[in-house]
Design a protein. Sequence first.
Length: 125
Amino acid sequence: MDNLNGIMVCVTYQKTCDKLISHGIKLNEGLNAPLYVVHCVQTGRNFLGNPYEGEALEYLFTAAQIAGGELTLLRKDNVDDALVDFAKIHDIGLIVMGSSPGRHDDNIISRLKQRLPDVKFEIVG
């Protein structure tokens, strides 16, 4: 995976996001590409969807810093649009995501792959 301009790790509020961030770090070894840890939520919803939002945000921020990356919180009516826009603006070459439940032909992973055909995807199960 040479010439990666940026790596985007998409996380949720779950503490299992460590696994995704660690995977992003491993893929970035020797590349020194910018690493972005991104959490996106639909407009009108709580950022992390739980009563411990402050603690969870602090946890994500710390995890991103330890990884040598930066945490970005996005809010938009359409989450897919927000992630696609971010990937294009930051010239992302690789997106790391957790596996998505539901039909594989219409989940967020397949929709993003369709809209970002030049971006590589690493799905962590």
